[in-house]
Design a protein around this ligand. Sequence first.
Ligand code: G3I
Length: 337
Amino acid sequence: KPSLAELARAKGLRVGSAMNARQLDDANYRALILRECETIVAENEHKMYVIQPDPGPMNFAPSDALADFARTNGLKMRGHTLVWHHPRWLPDWINETEFSSPSAAEAELRRYISAVASRNQDVIYSWDVVNEAVDETTGEYRETSYSRAMGGAPEVIDACFRIARDAAPGATLAYNDYMSWEGGSANHRTGVLRLLEDLHKRGTPIDALGVQSHSNQDMPDEFTPAKKRAWRAFVDDVTSMGFDIYLTEFDVNDTRLPPDPALRDRIIAAYTEEYLGMMLEYEEVKDLLVWGMTDRDSWLQTFLPREDGVEKRPAPYDSRFRPKPMRDAIARALRQA
Ligand code: G3I
């Protein structure tokens, strides 16, 4: 049976998964990654709150360990993320800094991004330079200590991409966010589109939009034709500006589905095939990464647990590492791409 990576490669695509430092010590997880994936992305280890939680020395050990694993095993790697432009996920010491001038803020960004993006360039082919800078409800830019100093988020983001291009000239550079096709997110899409148009006009060195693809609590049966049309219009607008698309964090949240595991698996698989079928029609889509290979390891178990306490099933493999219908749905979507 061909692996997901083989099926993807035949179509000029890369398939991969998030992986974290803890999973490096798990032989079963390592084997699953090596069996199915061509690329990995660090779930948390490249984030600023891991690399530099305090203004002291930078901690590259966890992200280097993942890059070493990729290198040793002939895998590729995406970098996630240089600047998570959201105060909640920036270290306190950055949130508390009052930069004395725009250039002081830019110098701090240059110091940090240059150090991180220049490492492991032999395996890291792409960076999420900036993550989640647009507020999901209002579509406005999130404010940070950088944006207060530099006159606005677009100025910060433009600078981040220029610095990343200098530091890692061989890597493709993406803006990554979770805008989706679901109800209530029209403002989010509009805000992201405005950002991309702004960067496009400035000549910012950005290659791609990362579409995280966490499906939300609204469930697949609500993926109506009207929502699909609105979503396609958004993707068309993005690709017509010349951007590639990476599906960077795919999983299916089953918060509101009935508890029966087999039923949930069928609904999730049908949704997976429908969503990926639609997205893989775009030749601009280059990567498909899932946000964790197994239900056991999904962030959704603890972040958004089900009210009935039943284990969630958002990933292609179950907690005992058995392939689920979702895995075969991904395979079918890749075959049809
Ligand atoms: O490392 C500490 C550990 O020492 C401590 O015992 C434990 C207790 O809570 O917390 C651990 O840190 C957690 C970390 O994950 C590692 O597991 C943080 O609390 C937790 O907030 C963090 O969550 C991550 C989250 O991003 C925030 O950074 C998730 O694992 C990760 O899956 C999630 O990934 C994000 C993407 O980066 C961006 N898109 C959305 C996606 C899902 O939220």
